[in-house]
Design a protein around this ligand. Structure first.
Ligand code: MEV
Length: 427
């Protein structure tokens, strides 16, 4: 809420930025960066990727009402899809009435894999590698002295013997590596490449692939929330009807992979938006999420929804969350740096907890709409605004034009242009 008593969404862009600046102590330059001025340049891009030609802006918004582990948090979201920021904010408000989100995160342990092929005696090789664990861990620790000084580093070695459908068996060694506040891909990849020659001599085989696994199932983040029953009813829908509808919708996703894919996509609407806004690797998080959703052998829902003894709705989400607050784009992208300053988070685990909370809120927004009035109504008014912009409406006409199209139930570029013409002719 602003000092004038207006809600964040009721403010204009400058007022929203001013509010964030006050909250986060932003300089004038940092405020400009949030608006996309003087941020990442084509020259920066040229140092980041190959064949760069420029940059590609996306909308950045801040979801409201998120309370995570008792602390009100700022939630940056980079996303092109209408309704997502509004949906997350509204559900966070419902969750706030039940105490907000409670999160738990595992130690930041990633898995690095080394595939050993052509191993003459896999069982014996496994014994030799396990017997050489201390030497291997010492060698792996040399890869990143900085991480060791921060309390991270290699933790364990595991050996698996895999039998493919075709061809010889091979060995896979897992190096378990605590990456602290980094996403960790670089540290882990360097470490597995470093221990590969030792593994070759211990196993008598050849180290082929040496790479991190994106199924980061030792680095899970969990969020739970309780939505008080009385907060669930709206319009003609009773609280019980909405709650039971959400639970039935969840049971659909839990049982059917076709539905689970869409259900989880809704979760990732929230997750990815924050992962991108904080400069993290959203492909890694996506890969981990879907692999984890299929861990039982059947792809299923990442979240669960049930009711407690008082009849309140209980939600939970558990998924791998390999995100960092140091290194990578967090170091070079000017907007990401401002966002992280605003969020004022101290650890990657804290960020992971916020991200799963947003994923859970987003999932609730989708299920609540789907189990009641359907998704299109809410979508349509935002969609109408996009069409109004595309039709060339000046900023003061975007909302009236969108409202008009929604009222007429005719949302198209052609209709938008026609209405604008009519209004012009009336002037
Ligand atoms: C659309 O981006 C996401 C939803 O399809 C998610 C869901 O169906 O649960 C609405």
């Amino acid at each position: 809420m602003s000092s004038s008593g207006q809600k964040f969404y009721q403010l204009n862009i400058s007022e929203r930025i001013a509010q964030l600046a006050e909250q986060g102590g932003l300089t004038a330059d940092e405020q400009q960066i949030l608006q996309g001025i003087n941020t990442l340049t084509a020259e920066n891009a040229d140092h980041m990727i190959e064949n760069a030609v420029g940059i590609f802006p996306m909308p950045l918004g801040f979801a409201q009402h998120f309370v995570v582990n008792g602390r009100a948090v700022l939630v940056p979201m980079v996303i092109e899809e209408p309704s997502v920021v509004a949906g997350a904010s509204f559900m966070a408000k419902l969750a706030q009435a039940g105490g907000g989100f409670t999160t738990h995160t595992d130690a930041p342990e990633m898995i690095g894999q080394v595939q050993l092929i052509g191993v003459p005696d896999p069982e014996q090789a496994r014994e030799r590698i396990l017997a050489g664990k201390d030497t291997l861990l010492k060698e792996a620790a040399q890869a990143d002295p900085m991480l060791i000084s921060l309390g991270g580093g290699p933790r364990d070695i595991e050996v698996r013997i895999l039998s493919p459908d075709e061809g010889d068996r091979f060995l896979v060694v897992h190096l378990i590596y605590d990456v602290r506040d980094a996403m960790g891909a670089n540290a882990v990849n360097t470490a597995v490449e470093r221990i590969a020659p030792l593994l070759e001599s211990l196993s008598g085989g050849k180290a082929l692939l040496r790479i991190l696994s994106n199924l980061a199932d030792r680095r899970l983040a969990r969020a739970t929330c309780t939505i008080p029953l009385e907060k669930l009813g709206f319009e003609s829908f009773s609280p019980e009807e909405v709650r039971d509808g959400i639970i039935d919708a969840y049971r659909f996703a839990a049982t059917d992979p076709y539905r689970a894919a869409t259900h989880n996509k809704g979760i990732m609407n929230g997750v990815d938006a924050v992962v991108i806004a904080t400069g993290n690797d959203w492909r890694a998080v996506e890969a981990g999420a879907h692999a984890y959703a299929a861990r039982s052998g059947r792809y299923t829902s990442l979240s669960t929804w049930s009711k407690d003894e008082q009849g309140n709705l209980i939600g939970s989400l558990e998924m791998p969350m390999a995100v960092g607050i140091v290194g990578g784009a967090t170091r070079v992208h000017p907007t990401v740096k401002v966002i992280l300053k605003l969020m004022n988070i101290q650890t990657a685990a804290e960020l992971a907890g916020i991200i799963v909370s947003v994923g859970l809120a987003q999932n609730l927004a989708a299920l609540r709409a789907l189990a009641t009035e359907g998704i299109q109504r809410g979508h349509m008014s935002l969609h109408a605004r996009q069409i109004a912009v595309a039709a060339g409406a000046s900023s003061d006409l975007v909302d009236p034009l969108a409202d008009q199209m929604v009222k007429e139930k005719q949302i198209s570029l052609q209709r938008a242009q026609q209405i604008l013409l009519d209004w012009q002719n009336k002037e």
